[in-house]
Each structure stands twice: as C-alpha cells, then as structure tokens.
Ligand binder design. Sequence first.
Ligand code: HEM
Length: 301
Amino acid sequence: MTTPQGGIFALGTASHAYLEFDAVAGEPATNLVEAVASLREPRTTMGGVNLVAGFRPELWRTVMPEDAPANLIGFNADLIGSGGYVMPATQHDAMMWISGSAYDVVFDIAREVIAVLKTLATVAEESSSWPYRHDRDLTGFIDGTENPTLIDAPAIALIPEGSPGAGGSILLVQKWSHDVTSWESLPVARQQQVIGRTKDESAELEDKAPESHVARTDQDRFGKIFRRNMPYGTVTDHGTMFVGFSADQERLRTMLESMAGVTEGVRDALTIYTKPLTGAYYFIPSTDMLRVVSGSSQQLS
Ligand code: HEM
C-alpha cells in the first residue's frame, strides 16, 4: 500500500504558496529531484505546514522510470483553441505547494525551501493564495461544489495500486487572471449563465448553455478530478490558481481542450473574463517514492 502526499487532501488551510522551479543549467536532473524529495515537513503540530512536491513528468521519468505513469507529459506546447485562443504552456521542472494555518509559517518555510534548493534551482513562478469568503473564488461564485468528498477524492486523484506511479497524482496548475471590470459589469443573471450555476447557492441551472463553464468541464463527460483552487493576488491584480489533481492526465487535458473550444469550436464563456497566465503539469509522487529517491532527508525547522 503506497501513501500519497497528505497535503493534497489537507483541506481548510488558510494560507498557500505555490513555487515553481527551473533547474540550474548544467546540474544533473537527479540532484534537483533528490533535493526536493528530501524536504520534510516540520514536525510541529502547531503552526505546521503541508508540503506537496511535484516534478516535470519527463524529469521524474529520467530519475524514476519505473514509477512514471505511462504517457504522462508536461504542458510542453501552447494549447490553441478556437479563433486563435491560446492557453500558454509555462512548464517548469519542479513545484512546491506549501500550505498552512497562517501566512507567516508558509512564508518562512517557502524561504527555507528556496534556500535549500539555491544551488540547484531558481524560482520561476511564485503565487500566494488565501481563501475568499469561505469557499468562493474571486468571481464571487462557490468553487468546488462538484468536487468529490474526501472519502471519494483519493480514488479520483491517485494512481491505483499496481500501476506505475501508484499513490501518486497528476497535477495541473494554471494561474488565471480575472478581468474584474468586465466581469463585474455583467448582471448577476449573465454571470450565472457564464458559470452555469446560481451565485448564491451554486445550484446548477436547468437551462445552462453549452458555453457555460460547467458544461465545458462536465465531469460526467470527461471524468472526475479533485480541485484545490484558491484565489491569488493583490487587491488590484488577482484571480484563481487552478489546482487540479487526477489519476489520469486525459481528464485534465480534455477539459482544457473543451474550455478552449478545440474539438467542438465552443469556447468556455468564463475565458472571456479570465485569462490563463501559466500552465504546467507536474507528477506528484507517493511519499514512498520520494523516500526512495531522497536517500537522506532534510528536516525543515
Ligand atoms: C478562472 C479559472 C476558473 C474558475 C474561476 C473556475 C470556477 C468554477 C466554478 C465557480 C465552478 C462551479 C462550481 C463547482 O462545481 O465547483 C466550476 C466547476 C468546475 N470547474 Fe472550474 N474554474 C476555473 C477553471 C477551471 C479549469 C481550468 C478546469 C479544468 C481543467 C476547471 C474544471 C472544473 C470542473 C471539473 C468543474 C465541475 C464541473 C461539473 O459540474 O462536473 N475549472 N469552476
């Protein structure tokens, strides 16, 4: 029985940092993977943090070919949708999602992680996130209504026992900037059509349009995923960190293609008001495999 990285399922934390790293040129891939794998969560229970570590799929495959899910690839090319719409590919080598009860501990651990990796990797992307009005994203809608419960989530997010990568997960991270002015100029009734759900209660609309967000990402069609989205940013520049886990990359990829209007030419109406700034896939190995790779472990304070 393999053990997943617990932070994937650790709901309710109030502060988050997402760090994406590029390996320093000339350093062997194994060194970065070993160093990231050897980072351990602090042992405290009070103010402790969760770390979720992931790797560019091709990098993980180089180091642990027997634990690499078949056909898993990075976000290596821009996704071109209908009418020339683009979701950019900004793949990096490793990612670290740090979450905790307050931003001070997340901040300190993030700095420590960066310092430990200093000779091997540079920070390519950094975002800090926090929950908004309990479970809403910055469109004001409840985000996560159709998420699986914590009982069902592992079967949806984790690669099953017996398959390469067992106990691991495939993560899609995309930073979406919101065009607040144009979104907030819409009447609530129109916003609801864009999402396909009501704003107050998140009830699914009977007559939702094919271009509504929930129609474009319908999990009955594409398969189920486990989302840990969070708002990010500042008062004047903010949006949604899309953080989606799945046992199968196909579900995430086909949802993105559907949102971009690749197959049917119907683009997700939400993409008129939000813009993806980044896009990357990471393999999130089981803790067992991190232990195999790391050899020694680096305890964070
Ligand atoms: C700006 C970015 C995004 C925002 C603000 C956003 C927001 C929302 C909201 C408000 C809902 C309805 C409530 C719920 O079930 O959670 C929803 C549903 C959903 N979203 Fe997103 N989302 C974003 C991007 C994405 C992306 C990039 C994907 C997939 C790759 C995605 C996948 C889903 C799925 C699977 C559902 C549930 C669909 C169903 O009813 O089966 N979302 N999202």
